[in-house]
Design a protein around this ligand. Structure first.
Ligand code: SF4
Length: 102
């Protein structure tokens, strides 16, 4: 189970797939699915999880049983995007308090 996952209320609208910066989301047999090894909770790219932001039925949810630290998520982002530089100001949901959501 990824740290963000899609639960059964998913209506297969597909809104989440194009907004994922890591191409972690794809259409599964019944619901859209998130590949855990590609999900960074949008760390490195946005101040909030984009799939959760666009989901019209709130089916993209954090998994309380699989919490991941910001450093681990940023390491994953670097692995997935080796040509990209992630500076200390890289967007992260861990930094979003008091900031405009992006
Ligand atoms: Fe992709 Fe971000 Fe959703 Fe993870 S939280 S699946 S990185 S859009």
């Amino acid at each position: 189970m990824p740290s963000v996952w899609i639960e059964e209320g998913c209506i297969n609208c597909g809104a989440c797939e194009p907004v994922c910066p890591n191409k972690a989301i794809s259409a599964g047999e019944q619901l859209y699915v998130i590949e855990p090894s590609r999900c960074t909770e949008c760390v490195g790219f946005h101040f909030e999880e984009q799939c959760a932001k666009v989901c019209p039925v709130d089916s993209c949810l954090p998994d309380p049983d699989r919490e991941e630290a910001e450093a681990a998520l940023l390491t994953r982002a670097k692995r997935l995007h080796p040509d990209q530089v992630f500076g200390p100001d890289a967007p992260s949901r861990f930094k979003r308090q008091g900031r405009a959501k992006t």
